[in-house]
Ligand binder design. Structure first.
Ligand SMILES: [Zn+2]
Length: 318
């Protein structure tokens, strides 16, 4: 989850492959101070490729800079974002904006060790085409058959494991044909294209509570893999403790992205599990609201159980 405006725009532009992360809303002053450069300009190039290990796709976005409010930058800057599309495979990363040529953007950028920039906090504070956030729940990406085997990283505590399974069960019991199936623990973790739908924890950027990345076939829109990562930067609890983020609360939200439901950011959506911001002590995302159940029923249908999956369970590696 992230910036309201950008994330909404991500949802609107989802055809290029986007997704969701649940975010902490950073103060604008923090975003500004973390930025090495603040640029306004036009997207003139978008190029996606596999990383060296072929475990992830990234995209280089070229911006023709018209104004720099901070930092000294070249006429063209390159911003590298996770996710993108190569041949038949797309990789979508929650809350990372999707760029296309011709967009007018204002971006808060951090310089990496190379000459390439990254977005501060997944693009929080920025704008694309100055468009406000739009309601958007489903973009056509879905599981087929209507099920998802998932594995939980063996390094997670048992109370985390239980909380994550509870979240999955909540979606399975929502009245649609969709079912989650727990496939045991795995030694796999992180966001790796390995055929394992993995829930783990690791280090993510500031402002991100957790992130769901998904892989899909560009022509069928069938999702083949989801990886969920909880951010170790933040404090977690499995009891809704004040001052900490609740695992089941955020986990249920993340699992909604496995369906694939998108984040919602309007004030009218704050009670929904798919609302794109999380808070400490919050547990309301652990129970689904009518909007959430309407979403899963729309995607996967009701009235009969298509939940017996034809897919073989992926290998467990531990
Ligand atoms: Zn989200």
């Amino acid at each position: 989850m992230q910036n309201r405006r950008l994330a909404g725009i991500v949802a609107m532009c989802l055809l290029a492959g986007a997704a969701s992360a649940i975010m902490v809303q950073l103060p604008q002053a923090d975003i500004q101070s973390q930025a090495d450069a603040i640029v306004t300009g036009t997207v003139t190039g978008v190029s996606s490729q596999w990383n060296q290990d072929r475990t992830a796709i990234y995209t280089d976005v070229t911006i023709a800079v018209e104004r720099a409010d901070k930092g000294s930058v070249d006429r063209d800057v390159v911003v590298r974002v996770p996710g993108g599309e190569v041949d038949d495979i797309g990789m979508a990363v929650e809350d990372v904006p999707v760029f296309s040529v011709g967009q007018q953007v204002k971006l808060y950028l951090a310089r990496t060790s190379t000459d390439v920039f990254e977005l501060v906090a997944n693009g929080q504070g920025g704008m694309i085409d100055a468009r406000p956030v739009a309601y958007y729940s489903y973009s056509g990406y879905h599981r087929s058959p209507a099920s998802c085997y998932y594995s939980i990283y063996s390094g997670l505590p048992s109370d985390w494991n239980s909380a994550i399974q509870a979240g999955a069960s909540t979606w399975s019991a929502a009245g649609s044909a969709f079912r989650f199936y727990y496939n045991g623990t795995t030694g796999a973790s992180g966001t790796i294209y390995d055929g394992i739908n993995c829930v783990s924890r690791g280090s993510l950027g500031n402002g991100i509570l957790a992130q769901n990345s998904y892989w899909y076939n560009r022509s069928t829109k069938h999702v083949s893999e989801n990886d969920i990562v909880f951010n170790t930067l933040y404090g977690w609890s499995t009891s809704g403790a004040p001052g900490l983020y609740d695992v089941q609360n955020i986990g249920t939200h993340e699992q909604g992205h496995c369906l694939v439901l998108n984040d919602l950011y309007k004030a009218a959506h704050t009670e929904l599990t798919m609302y794109g911001y999380g808070a400490t002590g919050e547990t309301k995302k652990s129970t689904l609201e009518p909007g959430d159940t309407a979403g899963i029923k729309y995607i996967y249908g009701v009235g009969f159980d298509r939940g017996v999956p034809a897919l073989k369970a992926p290998a467990v590696t531990d």
